[in-house]
Design a protein. Structure first.
Length: 217
């Protein structure tokens, strides 16, 4: 797969805290915000360039550095669990344009024999994407990958292909990473952890439970 891990120690620390079953709603949400911020910084560090700029300090002139491309960021919020995660990402990318997609698994229908869920999309509002953009699609959980594949279909249809496309999650299952990277080879998959497996209900194990329920109560 084209998946890579967010390796910052604080990302693993924060994820471990929110996995804990004792972590309550407010701490869980704050943890997701913090994780989003760290992941944003990691994307900047790993994928973005800097340029030299003149700086005048109170004492003298010098050459400083500035990250380029920060005005060409689009963040897609996959409702609802991604909301606190995106809040954190925005601390790293304050000028990002944002899109929202409400996508949910039909849990009652269950997984089909190919390990996919039917996905219902209720609301889609996306900014215009340009070929200069870096698009970050954020969803804390990548389980079967069914949601993300439908979301990416919407994000990429009738729009120019962005310069870079990141799928960012906190916890992923191997099946989901495989499905998304097969269907969208142009996407860079970034995740803080790759967990062991999916259970028969399509939940990531060990995972962190239902992120939407834990964050929103
Ligand atoms: C969760 C999660 C992802 C999706 C992942 O959302 O936030 O969007 O499931 O599963 P998949 O990879 O198998 O598609 P859920 O459908 O529970 O909606 P919610 O965020 O509103 O709780």
């Amino acid at each position: 797969t084209n998946a890579s891990l967010v390796t910052h120690a604080l990302a693993r620390d924060t994820l471990s805290r929110i996995r804990d079953v004792e972590t309550q709603q407010v701490s869980f949400r704050k943890g997701l915000v913090k994780l989003g911020r760290i992941c944003g910084y990691e994307i900047i560090d790993g994928a973005m360039e800097t340029e030299y700029v003149p700086v005048r300090t109170p004492l003298t002139e010098m050459t400083g550095e500035r990250v380029t491309g920060l005005e060409n960021i689009v963040i897609i919020n996959v409702l609802r669990a991604a909301t606190p995660f995106v809040e954190g990402l925005l601390k790293a990318f304050p000028r990002a344009r944002q899109g929202v997609i409400s996508a949910g698994r039909d849990e009652e229908a269950g997984m089909n024999e190919r390990g996919e869920f039917p996905i219902s999309i209720d609301y889609v509002k996306l900014p215009q994407i340009t070929p200069e953009d870096t698009v970050i699609v954020a969803d804390p959980m990548l389980a079967t990958g069914s949601t993300m594949c439908v979301v990416l279909d919407h994000v990429l249809s009738d729009q120019p292909e962005p310069a870079k496309l990141f799928v960012l999650s906190a916890v992923s299952a191997p099946d989901g990473l495989l499905r998304v990277s097969e269907q969208f080879p142009q996407a860079d998959l970034l995740t803080v952890a790759i967990d062991d497996h999916l259970d028969e209900n399509g939940f990531i194990v060990p995972g962190l439970g239902d992120a939407g329920d834990r964050a929103f109560g």
